[in-house]
Design a protein around this ligand. Structure first.
Ligand SMILES: C[S@@+](CC[C@H](N)C(=O)[O-])C[C@H]1O[C@@H](n2cnc3c(N)ncnc32)[C@H](O)[C@@H]1O
Length: 439
């Protein structure tokens, strides 16, 4: 049902304050009214009438009333005295021009219909992320921002009591983002589930993304299938509140789960306890650049590192710099999630960046013919032409990996993809230990 934008609702809703429940004013003004003719028909006439008057019929799709039931209901209602209230779902009155006016109260409109009262379909936000009782929007268009608190109010439901809008993109070290409250209570401690485990999250202060459930599951399965023994452990270098560590612990896999954010570690510990995996998961609050150097050379609790999860896309590859001058003898498998801007040559891009980080940048730049001395390893560092012209060098480098598998996980923007690389280095191969500087 396409509802007409209603100027009275527009006026009220563009200046709406942050509300926790629908105010009497919204209930009174934000209703939907439509004028119809109600025709009394004998049951035997309904079928032929519907088929011969298709174009004039309004398909009334009010919640809880199917189309057929609505036709039937309206036919029955036309014979009843007016005004008439049908189980509070809608009210029918006569109008002066002899028609009937059906008015549907705010609470009986769907979220889509409530929003149609003030904006066109193109501006209605299609989805939001739900984290426990919190709904999280990324509102962008001027119309969405004009009606942001009304959008929030329409989202409040039995399961959602806080609605927020991201105001700036993620840019800080802890991968949190600024947001504003649109509706409901400012309560940002949420409880949610992922892959069958319960997580408590302080959404204001820690990183969490509910949409990554499937992606996390794929990575978890790969580690679980690699059959670690009891003398081996997984290092989750940027573990957040524990979406990898908790399921791994529940599969009796030992994990050292680290995060630089103190708040993340506070909630990581809560989640480890709640899911009863304390025996398997050790929580830690350090810089993984430092910690990685240590665990690559020294056993932790008499266990050797067997797998390393690097799940901070902007920096994941750079963490491999920790290898320099360590003389590591362990050969863990690295699960690296990172971004690429190379659609076809994504594998080559990742190889170049991993080799660059692992060995030091100078040699890579010389071999790929790039005049660049800076030590930053960004997604844009290697250009398509450079990768294409040096494809044989890249193939040769690929040969030095003990194992190398790169898969695209998803699109993250125009010309930007998330990839997951699984790599292992052969520590006996001199290639990984040679480093030639630029000059
Ligand atoms: C993209 S989030 C991923 C968190 C978690 N793996 C998840 O999927 O929910 C990256 C995490 O890395 C942490 N972080 C950033 N820099 C770090 C560092 N140098 N050492 C350890 N953790 C770091 C952030 O606090 C954040 O929790």
């Amino acid at each position: 049902m396409n509802i007409q934008v209603n100027p009275l609702c527009v006026k009220l809703c563009e200046s709406l304050p942050v509300l926790s429940s629908v105010s009497a004013e919204v209930k009174q003004i934000c209703t939907y009214s439509v004028k119809v003719n109600i025709i009394e028909l004998a049951p035997s006439e309904i079928g032929s009438f519907l088929s011969s008057h298709q174009s004039e019929l309004i398909k009334v799709q009010f919640p809880l009333l199917s189309n057929v039931y609505t036709y039937q209901a309206l036919t029955e209602l036309s014979t009843s005295p007016l005004p008439l209230q049908s189980q509070n779902k809608f009210v029918i009155t006569y109008t002066q021009d002899g028609q009937h006016q059906i008015t549907v109260p705010y609470v009986n409109l769907t979220r889509q219909q409530q929003l149609q009262l003030v904006m066109d379909n193109n501006n209605i936000p299609l989805s939001y992320e739900q984290i426990g009782h919190i709904a999280h929007y990324n509102l962008r268009t001027p119309v969405q921002l004009q009606f942001k608190n009304y959008i929030g109010l329409c989202t409040i439901s039995k399961t959602i009591s806080t609605v927020i809008n991201k105001t700036e993109s993620i840019s800080n070290t802890f991968r949190t983002f600024p947001f504003e409250l649109l509706a409901g209570a400012p309560n940002y401690i949420a409880t949610t589930t992922q892959n069958g485990y319960k997580f408590v999250i302080d959404f204001e202060n820690v990183y969490w993304n509910s949409r990554l459930e499937e992606e996390h599951k794929q990575l978890l399965n790969r580690i679980i299938e690699s059959n670690l023994n009891k003398n081996e452990f997984v290092f989750d270098a940027t573990g957040g509140v524990g979406p990898f560590a908790v399921p791994l612990g529940a599969n009796k896999i030992h994990v050292l789960c680290n995060d630089l954010n103190e708040k993340s570690v506070e909630f990581m510990k809560i989640n480890v306890n709640n899911n009863k995996v304390e025996q398997y998961v050790t929580c830690c609050n350090q810089d993984s650049f430092v910690l990685l150097k240590e665990i690559l050379t020294t056993p932790f609790n008499n266990k050797q590192v067997k797998a390393v999860i690097l799940n901070l896309p902007e920096l994941s590859v750079d963490f491999l710099k920790a290898y320099r001058n360590t003389g590591s003898v362990f050969e863990p498998k690295f699960y690296i999630e990172t971004f690429t801007r190379q659609k076809e040559l994504f594998k080559e891009d990742i190889i170049a960046r991993i080799v660059a980080a692992r060995k030091g940048f100078g040699i890579i730049h010389i071999d790929l013919g790039i005049e660049c001395e800076n030590e930053e390893c960004g997604c844009d560092q290697f250009k398509t032409e450079q990768l294409k012209t040096n494809i044989s060098t890249l193939r040769e480098w690929e040969g030095h990996f003990k194992c190398m598998d790169v898969r695209v996980v998803r699109d993250v923007g125009t010309f930007k993809w998330m990839v997951c690389a699984e790599v292992q280095f052969d520590e006996k191969d001199a290639f990984w230990h040679q480093r030639r500087d630029l000059k």
